[in-house]
Design a protein around this ligand. Structure first.
Ligand code: GLC
Ligand code: GLC
Length: 817
């Protein structure tokens, strides 16, 4: 069953019934002001940091699941009937409902009692505010006398404190109401120089700023007293729970439309100009008034919306494909790229499954996210790389997470995740291949954010590589530390105490448990580092890297190969994990993908063998599960992985993040049919028809789909903020469609289903646009045999870098392999 459809031309997903299985959300904002918005206008907003600068309050895991947001109410003043044009919170039956999630905006429209309403929510580029453009039309044959009420609940800034510290918070709330603008100024009297405001373009019939007055005792958002009575109380919040609500009366002739603009914003004043007059406690509004005035004007709002659209045209224009597969096309051209930008902006902080107070930016996550957005925002990718690298430890290791506002390593989770440093090499490699900006390697970058500790970025990469060489276990494989990519494979933890963190509890000295996955990652990263060193003419260094990776490959063959697949790890007793000798967890996905991507087993058939084992033991129709058989009980020597019921998360769930590793591996052995089949199994667009089972949004990837051991096999969870976004994008664009960035140019190496007759891609790359047509007359899966550039045949499959020219470069590639 479907709950909507794609409108690819407008780049929108259209939800046609409000009661989707889970809230289907979108993001507003792409610079410093952000909002989450559901298909029924639920969600919240924040400035830069979802925990420390939260503008509006939101209660997670609510009932209904999504309750609280940017709610408007319409009231018919003749009958006293009222409803929400976004369905929630009153959930009144609507005659028509449509939510269009687009690129950085959401439109929610509906019709009830012959009154049509539509709200467009978006954040103008360059501003720290959001706009709700509300239009209401009278479709009756007689005049309508209506009231419009707005409502948002202010958060007292620190979302964590806001949800816990009530003995203080119920006494600190403060507001000002001036010229119809509601200013939220809690803690402005003391150390904050920022405030929030909520403005309306119309003359007000009234307002409210005290939540419990607006709602009335023992009432909720579905029947606020003010809305029911058609009259605001003009309440002024002193303590308790400040809210912003405007009341506007609208009389409409038959057919008449009225537009009302609401502006919700964040504003900072210079510390010495906080008050006006200076010796008062009144907010200095001179700095914010021009901004408010600008966006209460319809024409400025329309222009800002246009600018937002053009911004997305630019970002998405970097890579556009026309292939025979509609699902691949719309994910590449629109939604997957869009999701990659969300992971760039949010990392793992704020979604409907990440509460915005928990995780900062992950060292490994942020480096992998780069793979998905570096082509759209190379300058910001550069900055991100330098920020991440500055949190690297002097040991070459990494803080597992860092805070976006301070950009400093975060000691809550600490370090010792022994895969972390290698992702920096891969992130930088992706940046170099995209941009050719070799200067980044000479940038001085601190260690542990310590002034004076600066070394060129290139040295950081060497430290990352050496980190593993200094941490080798009994089999010659890398020691795993607290965990490798799989945060839940905690082989040194041995926790028997409820509530202990599996990631930070360490009861073993860490000198025994080893990871075959890190071994593969080390080989992959080492080869990249060698390629980088070579281009910097550091040949000895390049040779050293290759010698070490060759040595590690041998170890993997000796101690990391189980006969039909790669072993996953060795535990603290030096017993293998992910081997035939195990009772549960005999085969894992991660080491297969990582070792093959590193090139191991490609020549001697081991890669193919391992991939066939994956196909046989791990592949399901909903995607590839993480391991089999699932762990049916808690194993103290393995940690969190065995804490999940079978089929969920890392315990044999379909952890979508690592499915692309198998897909890339399949392309490396030339199996285009299987690669694309696996890709389609987790592609949300291709799963749109099973919306009732899948439940999450059909336009973005989810972190997890329940595995075959779960009673809910096929159900997705944790949509939006997942490494799946970058990895699927990277996989389809660079490995299946095969238009792949490389240090010295753009490679054309598609590995596609045999039944595809061809496809076209336009790719902007280093100042040129390439218009690429791939032809597949003989039904092959791989092998470019002829490559024409502007009509001239060239040898090989690499398009060399050229000086920028105004006309697109025409490329024709024929598969005959
Ligand atoms: C989550 C984490 C990521 C980790 C993965 C597997 O996605 O953000 O860092 O690799 O889980 O445990
Ligand atoms: C990853 C895992 C999650 C685990 C967390 C710990 O996100 O997916 O299950 O709790 O890491 O950091």
């Amino acid at each position: 069953m479907r709950f909507g459809h794609f409108d690819d031309r407008k780049r929108e997903y259209v939800i046609t019934q409000p009661n989707t299985p889970l809230p289907w959300i979108n993001y507003l904002g792409c610079e410093s002001y952000f909002g989450l918005i559901s298909n029924t206008a639920g969600g919240y907003s924040f400035y830069r940091d979802a925990r420390l600068r939260r503008l509006t309050r939101y209660r997670y895991n609510n009932a209904p699941f999504d309750f609280g947001g940017r709610y408007l109410y319409l009231r018919d003043n003749d009958t006293g009937k009222f409803w929400s044009p976004s369905w929630q919170p009153t959930r009144t039956k609507l005659d028509k409902y449509e939510c269009r999630h687009g690129m950085g905006y959401t439109l929610i429209g509906s019709s009830c009692h012959q009154i049509e309403a539509q709200t467009c929510y978006f954040v103008p580029m360059g501003e720290t505010l959001e706009i709700w453009k509300f239009q209401v039309t009278n479709r009756r044959k007689k005049p309508a006398r209506l009231s419009v009420f707005s409502s948002i609940e202010f958060c007292l800034w620190d979302a964590q404190d806001d949800a816990t510290n009530f003995q203080r918070n119920f006494s600190t709330g403060q507001v000002e109401i001036v010229d119809g603008v509601i200013y939220h100024k809690t803690e402005y009297r003391e150390r904050r120089n920022h405030f929030a405001y909520f403005a309306c373009s119309e003359k007000l019939a009234g307002f409210d700023t005290q939540r419990d007055t607006f709602l009335g005792a023992y009432r909720s958002w579905d029947n606020p007293a003010a809305v029911e009575q058609g009259k605001s109380f003009d309440s002024v919040a002193h303590g308790w729970a400040p809210l912003g609500s405007h009341h506007v009366k609208v009389n409409l002739k038959p057919g008449e439309t009225k537009e009302i603009i609401f502006v919700l914003g964040y504003h900072e004043n210079p510390v010495d100009k906080k008050f006006d007059p200076p010796d008062s406690q009144t907010i200095n509004k001179k700095t914010v008034q021009p901004v408010i005035a600008k966006y209460l004007d319809c024409q400025n709002v329309a222009a800002a919306f246009q600018t937002l659209r053009e911004n997305w045209d630019g970002l998405l224009g970097v890579y556009q494909v026309q292939s025979p597969d509609v699902h691949a096309n719309r994910m590449v051209n629109i939604w997957n790229a869009y999701q990659c930008m969300a992971t760039f902006n949010m990392s793992r902080s704020a979604s409907f499954y990440e509460s915005g107070i928990g995780r900062g930016l992950g060292f490994r996550d942020s480096n992998q996210d780069l793979l998905g957005f570096v082509q759209m925002v190379p300058a910001r990718a550069r900055e991100r790389i330098l920020d991440i690298a500055a949190t690297q430890l002097k040991s070459g290791g990494a803080f597992h997470q860092y805070q976006p506002l301070t950009k400093r390593g975060n000691n809550d989770i600490g370090s010792g995740f022994n895969d972390d440093p290698h992702w920096l090499i891969l992130g930088v490699a992706a940046y170099l291949k995209e941009t050719g900006d070799w200067s980044i390697l000479d940038e001085p970058v601190q260690f542990e954010n310590e002034p004076g500790s600066e070394q060129p970025l290139y040295e950081h990469l060497r430290c990352s590589f050496n980190y593993t060489l200094e941490r080798i276990g009994p089999h010659g494989l890398p020691l795993i530390g607290r965990a490798d990519w799989n945060d839940c494979l905690n082989l040194n933890c041995f926790s028997d105490t409820p509530g202990q963190s599996f990631q930070t509890t360490t009861n073993k000295d860490g000198t025994t448990a080893e990871s075959v996955f890190i071994a593969g990652l080390f080989v992959m990263a080492g080869k990249e580092l060698a390629a980088i060193a070579k281009r910097r003419r550091q040949n000895t260094e390049a040779e050293r890297c290759l010698a070490e990776t060759a040595k590690m490959e041998k170890v993997i063959y000796r101690h990391g190969w189980d006969g039909d697949w790669f072993i996953r790890a060795y535990d603290d007793f030096s017993k293998p994990i992910g081997s035939k000798v195990c009772k549960e967890g005999k085969i894992f996905i991660e080491s297969q993908g990582m070792c093959i991507m590193a090139g191991i087993g490609l020549k001697d058939g081991k890669a193919k063998l391992a991939l066939d084992s994956v196909n046989q033991h791990l592949a399901t129709k909903h995607g590839i599960v993480l391991q089999q058989p699932a762990f049916t009980k808690y194993y103290i020597e393995m940690g969190e992985i065995s804490s999940y019921p079978p089929g969920y998360k890392e315990n044999a769930g379909i952890f979508c993040h690592n499915n692309p590793w198998i897909i890339i591996s399949e392309t490396m052995v030339g199996n285009g049919n299987r690669a694309f089949d696996y890709y389609t199994r987790i592609n949300p667009s291709a799963r749109e028809n099973i919306g009732e089972l899948h439940r999450c949004e059909p336009y973005v990837f989810a972190q997890m789909i329940a595995g075959r051991d779960a009673p809910t096999h096929g159900e997705a969870k944790n949509s939006w903020l997942t490494g799946t976004a970058a990895w699927t994008y990277f996989t389809i664009t660079q490995w299946i469609l095969g238009i792949r960035t490389d240090y010295d140019g753009l490679r054309v190496d598609p590995v596609i289903p045999a039944k595809w007759k061809g496809f076209t891609v336009t790719r902007r790359f280093r100042g040129n646009t390439y218009a690429i047509e791939v032809k597949n007359p003989k039904g092959k899966q791989r092998g470019v045999k002829k490559l024409l550039v502007n009509g001239k045949e060239i040898a090989g499959n690499l398009l060399p870098v050229r000086p920028p020219q105004s006309k697109p470069i025409q490329v024709e590639a024929v598969l005959e392999g």
